[in-house]
Design a protein around this ligand. Structure first.
Ligand code: FAD
Length: 321
């Protein structure tokens, strides 16, 4: 049995999640004595494709055509399911990213497979019965999913599994089959990137600020801190509701869920709805002038003080570092 992994790219460069899912598949392959096949869709140069062998992909299949240069849910799902059938793959793994959230259920339906979406653990394997953990109820609980169907689709939460090097020598193949016209119904002609900044859902470091910042005119220091750290910026809901920041930065129960290595919360109280979107971050640093702010209860490091004094000092110290 081979494990099939769908690896995402942006403008021909693999995302970090691509290396995460290959590493994750390799760990499962070691448990089950299997091989890992990676599937890339869209134009990715051979040199970039071969990077996947560093993380354990023994076979790399590239589906490259002009029609596929932008993400098309139905066409991509068709290719993943088709390659899974061709390769006899019984486990299909992808990232629980923006596109992965749309692809995983479609692929599972096409293959009559069991689906674990948003997995955060390796499976516990007992024959055909695989048990996986995911977070539930806005990250306040964990759910155990038991996948019993012979074919399994697993979408892995970004940042839930460390990238691990496991060099092998890979064989490169191309996907040649026709894609049904119905699956190419909507073609994205052009994607115009609104910003060159680090993408929030995939960021390893997030600098986030809340109503404690008083107004949009004070976000300069938040952006500067993010720039120094190579981080994405985020905000609490009231901040985006008040149009201080764009809605694309709103994290929490009703916004984006992030799980970076480092989440820095500045002037955010730590309401339960905010924590729902950030509590799976590896390390949380809180800066708040109120020592009783609920955010301190979940913080790994806390600074009690005025953000307008602390953040500029932090920027100066980091620049000098
Ligand atoms: P506040 O609660 O006003 O907190 C501001 C904090 O800044 C305070 O702790 C204060 O001590 C601190 N502060 C003030 N001045 C300074 C200073 N100079 N230096 C340092 N600290 C300072 N919220 C979300 O964020 N995301 C969601 O997805 C979300 N979904 C929701 C869904 C529902 C159904 C509901 C009812 C609410 C939701 N909320 C959400 C809102 C949530 O309940 C809180 O109201 C919100 O998170 C508070 O935002 P805040 O922490 O920025 O503001």
């Amino acid at each position: 049995m081979s494990l099939l992994v769908y690896v995402e790219n942006t403008d021909g460069k693999f995302k970090k999640s691509a290396f995460e899912v290959v590493s994750y598949a390799k760990a499962i392959a070691a448990l089950t004595n299997n091989t890992v096949t990676a599937l890339s869709i869209g134009h990715v140069a051979a040199e970039e494709l071969t990077k996947l062998q560093k993380y354990g992909a023994e076979k790399i299949i590239s589906a490259d055509s002009n029609q596929l240069s932008n993400f098309i849910n139905r066409a991509y799902a068709h290719i993943i399911a088709d390659v899974a059938k061709q390769q006899g793959a019984q486990v299909i793994i992808l990232s629980n990213s923006f596109s992965g959230k749309g692809l995983a259920p479609r692929v599972a339906t096409k293959l009559d497979a069991a689906l674990a979406d948003g997995a955060i653990s390796l499976p516990e394997i007992q024959g055909d019965n695989w048990t996986l953990t995911k977070s539930a109820f806005s990250a306040k609980a964990f759910a155990k999913l038991s996948l019993q169907a012979p074919i399994k689709v697993i979408s892995l939460n970004p940042n839930a599994f460390e990238v691990q090097e496991n060099e092998v020598s890979a064989q490169l193949e191309t996907y040649e089959s026709q894609i049904p016209a119905a699956d190419l119904g909507v073609l994205i002609k052009e994607v115009v990137r609104a910003t060159d900044k680090v993408s929030l859902p995939e960021a390893e470091i997030v600098v986030s600020a809340g109503r404690g910042l008083k107004g949009p005119e004070n976000w300069g220091m938040i952006e500067e801190l993010a720039d120094v750290l190579g981080a994405a910026t985020a905000c609490s809901k009231p901040v985006s509701d008040a149009d201080w920041r764009p809605h694309s930065e709103h994290v929490g129960q009703t916004g984006i869920v992030v799980s970076p290595n480092l989440y820095i919360a500045i002037g955010i109280s730590g309401a339960i709805q905010h924590l729902a979107g950030v509590s799976s971050s590896k390390t949380i640093v809180v800066i708040n002038k109120d020592p009783e702010a609920p955010f301190f209860k979940v913080a790994d490091y806390g600074i009690v003080g005025d953000a307008f004094e602390i953040v500029p000092q932090l920027i100066t110290a980091l620049k000098a570092y």
